[in-house]
Design a protein around this ligand. Structure first.
Ligand code: BG6
Length: 495
């Protein structure tokens, strides 16, 4: 069933996010006939552009970044007829009158009511300004049909996240606010819920009795690219752990919700964050390791160190790598460590979750050549390969009873990144249809900040004399290995 007619106003309409993600996602939804029959996009930014010129900018974005490759002429002509551009200063309340009259014009042309979606694809210091101007200029804000989409970062610490929530909630109801964490829209990440809760064999194993530890790893080969300005003020703890990695942890650790209702699902996630063991200052060096990349070589090309990147302070103390150990203090997870690591300029780009199960209680293969059964692992590979696999022990075919590790794999064969919808496609469709399940609720964001605040404060206030401490194209700083090795484990890398 198609959603009601909708008008999407994109603040930051010519920005990177619009060109790379938002418009290609909407275009793909259009190709799959998933957009409402009446759907209009109004892009806005300060530059002076005609509608025609704006459409060309977006078309170039699709041609360069869409998973489906270049747009077909006829499809694009149909889709782009719904796109207009409005040059405006979003700090100026008067601009919003222009949007209001555009909206009115569309509605009277369509002769129906329409949902109104405000997308804040701008720098975070403008989120409040936009919300305030929507409120002051009395542009449409119907509690049932108006929604606002907020990109990350949502605040830069607990305090600022709280005050942003407070401000937004004076203007919008929680049910109107869609805070994006694009990891939640990824295909394999969504599948974790199906995998855990649609298979009867998982639940009995999914707890401290059978699981020894969990690893969540999001490594990236790229450096900070042209985002030095933002990143040097953020660091990887804010950029990745506070949001994406903690959300993955929540999906692995949450109790089964009663159903897919947005609030019930998010309640279960919030409970995980509430159960996370409080980090106290004295323990930080034993549970958290940070790193910063130095120069090196990647695929035959020399690359600069972090401190030499554009818009980065040459004496920067900002971390580009973090590894941490967490506990979830509840019945299900007591004593099971969750190791998280993420970093830039690492050896490989890969996001995966490894659940390592306990040893067999008794080894009966004593006299055999390969006689110690390895521990089973469940590996959830999110990207670039999309797969869920079990590592099981098996008899090596032959006359002897020798063991061998084999993979039982569900791979999305054929469903590569080109076929599977991108996170933004799923998330935008959810905004259009009014489903908040995969979006961050106010309390969720705040508790995630609360969890990491002690580490953020400590890292900001203690300088790292040995930065940079890992070369480009490596697996990160050496003491990240020590963090997990002291518990008897090692970081698991995909082949
Ligand atoms: C973003 C971070 O949220 O996620 C970036 O700001 C990071 O620094 C990106 O590169 C990773 O997303 P993905 O989808 O490429 O894994």
């Amino acid at each position: 069933k198609k959603s009601n007619p909708a008008i999407l106003i994109i603040f930051g309409g010519t920005g990177d996010l619009s060109k790379r993600k938002i418009i290609p996602a909407l275009y793909n939804l259009f190709l799959e006939d998933r957009l409402p029959d009446k759907f209009a996009i109004i892009g806005t930014s300060r530059g002076k552009l005609t509608d025609e010129k704006y459409r060309t900018v977006l078309l170039n974005g699709i041609n360069e970044f869409s998973r489906r490759g270049k747009a077909q002429k006829e499809d694009w002509a149909k889709f782009s007829a719904n796109i207009t551009y409005e040059s405006a200063d979003i700090k100026d309340p008067v601009s919003y009158k222009k949007f209001a009259s555009n909206i009115e014009a569309l509605k009277s042309e369509w002769k129906v009511d329409a949902s109104l979606l405000y997308y804040c694809a701008v720098s975070p210091d403008l989120f409040c300004t936009i919300a305030e101007n929507i409120s002051q200029s009395k542009i449409e804000n119907n509690k049932d049909t108006t929604r606002i989409i907020i990109e990350k970062p949502f605040g830069r610490d607990l305090e600022s996240a709280k005050s942003l929530n407070k401000k937004l909630l004076t203007i919008f109801d929680e049910k109107q606010i869609y805070r994006i964490d694009h990891y939640l829209g990824k295909e394999v990440v969504q599948n974790i819920m199906a995998f855990r809760f649609a298979n009867a064999i998982m639940e009995p194993l999914w707890n401290r009795n059978h699981i020894e530890h969990v690893q969540i790893s999001v490594t990236e080969q790229i450096g900070v690219e042209d985002r030095g300005n933002y990143f040097d003020n953020a660091g990887i703890l804010r950029d990745m752990i506070q949001n994406h990695l903690l959300q993955l942890l929540c999906i692995i650790a949450m109790e089964p919700p009663i159903n897919f209702n947005a609030d019930l699902v998010r309640d279960r996630k919030v409970e995980v964050l509430k159960a996370m063991r409080k980090i106290v200052p004295g323990m930080i060096d034993t549970i958290a390791v940070r790193g910063q990349y130095g120069p090196g070589w990647v695929e035959g090309k020399e690359v600069p160190g972090y401190r030499e990147e554009k818009d980065v302070n040459p004496a920067s103390n900002t971390e580009t790598y973090a590894a941490m150990k967490f506990y979830v203090d509840n019945w299900r997870w007591q004593g099971v460590p969750f190791y998280l690591r993420t970093g830039k300029r690492l050896f490989k780009s890969a996001s995966h979750i490894t659940i390592q199960f306990k040893e067999v209680p008794h080894n009966m293969f004593n006299n055999q050549e390969r006689n110690i059964p390895k521990q089973n692992r469940l590996i959830i590979s999110i990207q670039p390969d999309m797969a869920i696999s079990f590592q099981l022990e098996s008899k090596t075919p032959g006359l002897e009873m020798t063991l061998n590790t084999v993979d039982m794999i569900f791979d999305y064969a054929g469903k590569t990144r080109v076929d599977a919808p991108e996170a933004y496609e799923t998330l935008l469709l959810d905004v259009i249809s009014g489903d908040q399940t995969l979006f961050m609720r106010a309390d969720q964001v705040e508790i995630a900040w609360e969890v990491i605040m002690p580490v953020l404060d400590y890292w900001e206030n203690t300088k790292m004399a040995n930065f940079p401490n890992y070369p480009a194209d490596s697996w990160g700083p050496e003491n990240a290995e020590a963090l997990i090795a002291k518990d008897g484990y090692h970081w698991f890398n995909l082949p």
